[in-house]
Design a protein around this ligand. Structure first.
Ligand SMILES: Nc1nc2c(c(=O)[nH]1)N[C@H]1C(S)=C(S)[C@@H](COP(=O)(O)OP(=O)(O)OC[C@H]3O[C@@H](n4cnc5c(=O)[nH]c(N)nc54)[C@H](O)[C@@H]3O)O[C@H]1N2
Ligand SMILES: Nc1nc2c(c(=O)[nH]1)N[C@H]1C(S)=C(S)[C@@H](COP(=O)(O)OP(=O)(O)OC[C@H]3O[C@@H](n4cnc5c(=O)[nH]c(N)nc54)[C@H](O)[C@@H]3O)O[C@H]1N2
Ligand code: SF4
Ligand SMILES: [Mo]
Length: 690
């Protein structure tokens, strides 16, 4: 790994630029994309261009191999969809017709429009819209936050993902570090609950395989027969949105059958009796009927969990994306406390692990004015309905909102507003970019710096430029920094440009993390990277206590804490539509790469009832919208549930709408999260297979 000085020289020294790379060389970096694993990468550069992207062994957990989609990242960097210069809109919004302009003109226009909106309507008429983007610590919540805060812009509640699980994990454990991948082989029982690592975190698989080789049991709780569900000892193909009652039935069993760990509960928790009361009505019979699984399977889950030690729950995100998602995650994460599964290697739970580093990102919230908070899941409402003040300037970056935000028709209607000035800062011509008034080209993670913090394993690495930025693309730090300056909002101490921004972020990290990253590009993990919960790490809550009934959340939840809201299906829309992660994209990133046609997955019983056969053209619809595509018929999804991939672009369906067109913009019970999997739909045949 190069030192910081070498890193700096490789980018800005006299020999940088394509001519310096006449022969091939390999650059070590890291994949920061929104995937739990953060693979270390070796990128071969030939003649200044990316030639091969492969895994390296620098991060032992990711073991030298990477997913197929990031191997192809060069096709994004040099592909036909890449944005290479700033541009202004020429045709109607959404069409994607633009004329090239200079950076000076583009940023001048944006600054003028922001100033105008702030003077006439107030700063809150400006809405920044972003999520993870490249997902590093540098490309979000740094210079962007500074600019929008000083403008007095509306704030965005970044809730499209992980808000319910985050709220639950925070309330119970203060986001205590999780069991890491390396400790999975120690477990005797692994429960994959709403998680599909075969697509969404592939480096967990070998550790699960190793555990199984050593005799561990595997349980999957998922409406689909995912690759690991197929191999599992027990698969509960629950109806989407019913995990809360499944978990409560297990709690009831633990309490009623004397399997709760009373010593642990007395020493480390409060609120157990109130949880017990909430679990009381959920007998196996009642919960099994609600979840659409057999009583025997549910009892087996409870018995195996009670018996096994070490027992480990890998809590995913599939169960959070519905009206009961917050309470479901709360009840699931409370299980190891009630059953006494902590204190042994390989026992406890895994949720998001990025908080393990204890990085205080205090600068993000500093001098924050109390401006309007807009929940990102309700972007369409914000654009069409908010009027105190209305949103007049929308600045989208690190996000492809047109396809990833619920209630797509409403979002698109908002983006079509003539009196809305939209900036989209993007790497490629996404569906959102097509709606821009001014389009700005962004660098990719192979063309700039970032800090990648894994959220599965415990890993933190410096990402550095592998090649020069394509065309005129610029980094977030450069662009937000320059806009801040143009608006006269800069402070003397502000970092200027990407490199200074990175040094500034490094300078705010605790030692020895900061020096290690500066010197070696990698920080050594705390707790040897393998914490035992309640031995090496403890809840970051007052008195290290696990509050099993966090009253503070009770008021927010429509049915109270651990309160269940029934399935929203109606006779007109009887099928639950889910849209889980696919191996082809990271959210909608890389969806521009060629793929086979997209199909709605449906159980043979549901297909038969509608006269559908493999490959038939269908319309999937509800009151919010319609998606037209072909159907795939297979028993690897439970009856009554259908599935479309997450992260499709509009070009992937016959009518230009994706699963988000059918997803309501209502919020989860806790955390204000997205309800993608609360979509209820009907499916009809529109044509036979060709
Ligand atoms: N290849 C790839 N990797 C990714 C991503 C990607 O898009 N592609 N996305 C990244 C991001 S942003 C995230 S948040 C994570 C998500 O990673 P995961 O937690 O794996 O999330 P999902 O794919 O949304 O859902 C996981 C599983 O939950 C199931 N499921 C759906 N509804 C329910 C339910 O109500 N209850 C239960 N028990 N299961 C349900 C789905 O069928 C799916 O198999 O993955 C990250 N990694
Ligand atoms: N139907 C359905 N939709 C879903 C979900 C679901 O379960 N079902 N899950 C949701 C989840 S889990 C998530 S996390 C969200 C994610 O939704 P988004 O945040 O919209 O994520 P992406 O689709 O990956 O889009 C990120 C964009 O940022 C751009 N980008 C990357 N790096 C940079 C950078 O450095 N600068 C700039 N300016 N741009 C950059 C990329 O080119 C990409 O187009 O999607 C959600 N959407
Ligand atoms: S997306 Fe995930 S699996 Fe693929 S290279 Fe990046 S970190 Fe590794
Ligand atoms: Mo996500």
């Amino acid at each position: 790994m190069q030192s910081m000085q070498q890193v700096r020289n490789s980018r800005s020294g006299p020999h940088s630029g394509p001519t310096a790379f006449a022969s091939a060389h390999v650059v070590s970096t890291v994949c920061p994309l929104d995937c739990p694993d953060s693979c270390s990468l070796d990128v071969t550069v030939r003649n200044g261009r990316i030639a091969v992207i492969d895994g390296s062994h620098a991060n032992p957990v990711t073991g030298g191999y990477i997913c197929a989609k990031v191997r192809r990242f060069g096709e994004r960097v040099y592909g036909a969809d890449r944005l290479l210069s700033p541009a202004v809109r020429k045709g109607p919004k959404g069409v994607g017709s633009f004329a090239r302009v200079s950076w000076d003109e583009a940023l001048g226009t944006i600054a003028a429009r922001m100033r105008e909106a702030r003077d006439r309507w107030g700063g809150q008429s400006i809405l920044p819209y972003s999520y993870g983007g490249s997902n590093g610590l540098l490309t979000q919540d740094t210079s962007d936050a500074t600019l929008f805060r000083r403008l007095g812009a509306s704030q965005l509640a970044r809730t499209v993902c992980a808000a319910p699980t985050g709220a639950a994990n925070m309330a119970l454990y203060g986001k205590m570090p999780s069991v890491t991948y390396e400790d999975y082989p120690e477990a005797r029982l692994i429960i994959l609950w709403g998680a599909n690592p075969s697509a969404s975190g592939i480096h967990l698989i070998p550790y699960i395989r190793e555990a199984r080789r050593k005799g561990a049991r595997l349980i999957a709780i998922d409406p689909r027969t995912t690759p690991l569900a197929r191999q599992a000892d027990l698969h509960l193909a629950v109806r989407p949105g019913t995990d809360l009652v499944v978990a409560l039935a297990v709690h009831r069993y633990l309490f009623e059958e004397g399997r709760a760990d009373q010593a642990f509960l007395a020493a480390h928790t409060c609120g157990a009796n109130r949880l017990r009361e909430k679990a009381q009505p959920w007998t196996f019979e009642r919960a099994a009927a609600e979840a659409g699984v057999s009583v025997d399977a549910l009892r087996q889950l409870a018995e195996w969990y009670a018996e096994a030690s070490p027992a480990l729950i890998r809590c995913g995100w599939g169960q959070e994306r519905n009206r009961n998602g917050g309470n479901a995650s709360l009840a699931i994460l409370a299980l190891p406390a009630v059953a006494g599964k902590f204190g042994v290697r390989g026992g406890g739970y895994t949720m998001r692990n990025s908080a393990s580093w204890g990085i205080p990102r205090s600068w993000i919230g500093a001098d924050e004015p109390a401006t309007r908070l807009v929940n990102m899941n309700q972007l369409g409402r914000a654009l069409l309905e908010y009027d105190t003040p209305p949103v007049k300037v929308l600045f989208v970056y690190n996000s492809n909102a047109a396809v990833t935000t619920p209630n797509q028709r409403k979002v698109l209607a908002g983006l079509e507003r003539d009196d809305l000035f939209t900036v989209v800062f993007e790497q490629v011509m996404t569906d959102t970019a097509r709606y821009a008034d001014v389009l700005l080209p962004a660098t990719t993670f192979l063309e700039g710096y970032d800090l990648a913090r894994a959220y599965g394993p415990i890993a933190l690495r410096l990402g550095k430029p592998v090649v020069e930025p394509a065309g005129e693309s610029r980094s977030n730090a450069d662009v937000f920094g320059e806009l801040t300056e143009r608006l006269g909002l800069q402070a003397a101490c502000d970092p200027r440009g990407e490199l200074e921004e990175m040094l500034d972020v490094l300078g705010r990290l605790p030692e020895p993390m900061a020096s290690e990253l500066r010197e070696h590009g990698v920080a050594s993990p705390p707790f040897d990277g393998r914490p035992i919960q309640f031995t090496d790490v403890w809840p970051l809550t007052p008195g290290r206590t696990v509050n099993l009934f966090p009253d503070a959340l009770d008021a927010d939840a429509p049915a109270g804490l651990y309160g269940y809201q029934p399935d929203p299906a109606t006779p007109a829309c009887p099928l639950a539509l889910i849209s889980p992660a696919s191996e082809r994209t990271i959210s909608s990133t890389l969806a521009e790469l060629p793929r086979p046609d997209v199909r709605l997955l449906m159980h043979p019983d549901d297909a038969g009832a509608r006269g559908l056969r493999e490959g038939d053209a269908v319309r999937v619809f509800n009151d919010l919208g319609e998606v037209r595509c072909r159907v795939a018929v297979g028993a690897w999804i439970r009856p009554g549930t259908v599935s479309l991939p997450k992260g499709l672009w509009r070009r992937h369906t016959a009518n230009g709408y994706t699963a988000t067109a059918l997803a309501p913009d209502t919020l989860t019970d806790l955390g204000g999260g997205a309800c993608f999997n609360d979509a209820r739909v009907q499916v009809e045949k529109v044509g036979s297979r060709q």
